[in-house]
Write a protein that binds this ligand. Structure first.
Ligand code: ADP
Length: 259
């Protein structure tokens, strides 16, 4: 006896396969768009400092080099632009590793207060130049032990504090504060800076998203700082969040597991 052909079942199977394929195609298209957009962003980011260097070099070549003042001023500017290129390339390296999902988290217990003090020491000169005070709400020898990748969490704190400095006015304060609960420590970086509109808050963690395009590019950020923060915390199964009031300041915070 020949088996009856189940046309309905077959057609269902075919439509299932087509659905899977079209989902895969959508996924590949999305990835391709993402890649294209990323490349576009990178070349755009590279252009500004590179064209600046070219401009300064031309001025020097065309005679500026003979004037001691012009020479010093332009060499300094070239140095700054090259610095920016280096930061950008370093951040790109980091973000591409993080986005590949290949990030290697080395969990160990450490004192988050001491780490925050180290970050303050690192950034004190930058803050002083901007007449901004950096403070901690605990003495450095206070013990708040958390679990995490100390180097990566240091990067998170550096990125948050650098932003807080960049988006604050002189004579303001930036506070790093901790709140202890039974299982977790809440870590906050609070500034009294320009603040962020609600509609922008949802987007600032995207790569290269800037609220004020001109202001920030002059200040030399790579536009990747918060995207890096978000990825590092995700790798710790944590999230970065922010509360902000336009013109009043922002509070960026996240949690780490207590030891
Ligand atoms: P950038 O290099 O531009 O600072 P980030 O990814 O670190 O890149 O930040 C993205 C954008 O989020 C910034 O361009 C800025 O508009 C906004 N932003 C980040 N931190 C703050 C802050 N503390 N106060 C106000 N705006 C901020």
């Amino acid at each position: 006896r020949t088996e009856e052909v189940d046309f309905e079942g077959l057609s269902q199977q075919i439509s299932n396969i087509t659905e899977v394929q079209s989902k895969e195609i959508d996924y590949l298209k999305e990835r391709e768009n993402y890649r294209r957009e990323f490349l576009g962003n990178i070349s755009h980011e590279l252009k500004t400092p590179l064209f600046s260097v070219q401009g300064y070099l031309l001025t020097l070549i065309e005679g500026g080099i003979d004037d001691e003042n012009i020479r010093d001023k332009y060499l300094n500017r070239i140095n700054k632009s090259v610095d920016r290129l280096i930061y950008l390339v370093k951040d790109l390296d980091m973000i591409s590793e993080l986005e590949k999902g290949r990030i290697n988290i080395q969990n160990s217990p450490f004192n988050i207060v001491a780490l925050a003090q180290e970050v303050i020491d690192l950034l004190e000169i930058k803050a002083e130049k901007n007449d901004i005070q950096l403070t901690l709400n605990h003495p450095t020898n206070y013990q708040l032990k958390v679990m995490g990748d100390i180097e990566k969490i240091q990067q998170v704190l550096i990125n948050l504090v650098v932003n807080a400095i960049n988006y604050s006015d002189p004579n303001t304060e930036i506070k790093i504060e901790f709140q202890e609960t039974e299982e977790r420590i809440k870590i906050m970086v609070k500034d009294q800076g320009v603040g962020i509109k609600q509609e922008d808050i949802d987007r600032i963690f995207e790569r290269f998203y800037r609220v004020d395009k001109s202001r920030n590019r002059n200040q030399g950020g790579s536009g990747l700082g918060l995207a890096i923060v978000k990825h590092i915390l995700e790798a710790h199964n944590q999230r970065i969040a922010v509360q902000s009031k336009l013109g009043k300041g922002s509070n960026f915070f996240f949690h780490l597991r207590k030891v």
